[in-house]
Design a binder for this molecule. Structure first.
Ligand code: ATP
Ligand code: MG
Length: 360
């Protein structure tokens, strides 16, 4: 069986370091591993509209921002097909058929959608499109017959929902769709990177992000004013590293080499954590170190982004070509689906013959 990756992001803002460690970095590694036959990355504009119906301009503006972030991180359009969701109308048709295989109560149980509804204060006025976006995500994944979906932890319920739809579809209509596997980051700190404000998730909608496109100075300011252990008031106080976002970011970004380069009095993160826990290590020193670590990871990304920013028509060209390729693939799957469901009336010779016989 072909090894295929499908993943994507909502164009609701620029991408941040949570996306980077949670999914983007892994996509680049998988892309460069050469182990995959096809890799598709989707800019999910139609999904973004499910909770931004009144603000299509936001979605429109952010498509190119997300594309620039991809290219900046090392997504290579020669190896990866980058496309825009709404440019592939087959995805909408697939969603419509899949809707019949999922119950309302099953959708209501999705924990990620539940918490997103709460976060957006939708409660009594949930747009139907938003409520059903896990189904549209199943269409996106299955249209490309994806075997692997590299995403952050919050996407687990979506992949589960997709697997259920695939299972049900194949059971009812015969073996047609492929069940995908989720690919999560190995590093626990990267599963769900917290916000700079200490909230559980860095998220565009919460405004607690360090963006990949932030300048060196913006990154420094955000790190220096980050939330840490609120009980660590004086340098000599013992501090808490569990749940402390500064240390979680270090867990996510720091390597032993960074100590040799920026903080040689410690051999590794374990030593730094031990000092913080017993007291005598100030937050400013730790934050300055984190800043050095993150700048060294982010500065090549920032530079690559600047290069692509000079050639926006080339970026649109990549998206247009990618969308054309994606549409061809999705059309093939849709044909398989219609054939399996026996709703391909005009190419179904047996059906036509049957009707002729009936009226003889
Ligand atoms: P929105 O608030 O509009 O939903 P978002 O910041 O949650 O935006 P998405 O586009 O929904 O971003 O997510 C894109 C991908 O990034 C998904 O695979 C998701 O799991 C991952 N991701 C998002 N935020 C984080 C995070 N804080 N830590 C790790 N992974 C994340
Ligand atoms: Mg999200």
């Amino acid at each position: 069986m072909r090894k295929v990756i499908l993943t994507g992001d909502r164009p609701t803002g620029r991408l941040h370091v949570g996306h980077y460690v949670g999914s983007l970095k892994r996509r680049v590694e998988l892309q460069n591993s050469g182990e995959y036959d096809d890799i598709y990355i989707m800019i999910a504009d139609a999904q973004a509209l499910t909770d931004n119906a009144d603000n299509p301009e936001k979605v429109r503006q952010n498509i190119v921002e997300v594309a620039l972030d991809y290219l900046a991180c090392g997504i290579d359009p020669e190896k990866t097909t980058i496309f825009i969701q709404s440019m592939v109308p087959q995805l909408t048709e697939l969603s419509f058929y899949y809707m019949n295989l999922v119950t309302v109560s099953r959708l209501q149980r999705n924990p990620t959608v539940k918490s997103e509804i709460q976060m957006r204060n939708f409660e009594a006025s949930i747009p139907v499109g938003f409520f059903t976006y896990p189904i549209s995500q199943a269409a996106d994944i299955t249209a490309f017959k994806a075997t692997v979906v590299p995403v952050g932890e919050d996407q687990m319920p979506m992949i589960e929902q997709t697997r259920e739809i695939v299972h049900k579809f194949n059971q009812v209509y015969g073996e047609t769709l492929v069940e995908p596997q989720i690919s999560l980051p190995d590093n626990k700190a990267c599963l769900r990177l917290p916000g700079t404000d200490g909230k559980a998730k860095m998220s565009k909608s919460l405004g607690n992000c360090i963006y990949l496109a932030d300048t060196e100075e913006e990154v420094r300011k955000k790190i220096m004013s980050m939330f840490t252990d609120p009980n660590h008031l004086r340098v000599e106080d013992p501090g808490e590293v569990e749940g402390n976002p500064v240390f979680i970011y270090l867990d996510a970004f720091c390597k032993d080499e960074h100590f040799a380069e920026f903080l040689p009095e410690y051999a590794n993160l374990e030593e730094l954590k031990a000092h913080y826990k017993r007291g005598g290590l100030g937050d400013v020193k730790v934050k300055k170190f984190l800043n050095n670590v993150m700048q060294s990871e982010l500065s090549p990304i920032r530079e690559r982004r600047k290069q692509w920013e000079k050639d926006i028509p080339a970026v649109y060209d990549i998206l247009k070509k990618g969308s054309e390729i994606a549409e061809q693939t999705a059309a093939r799957t849709l044909a398989d689906v219609r054939n399996a469901m026996k709703i391909d009336y005009f190419s179904d010779g047996a059906l036509i013959k049957e009707q002729i016989e009936k009226y003889k």
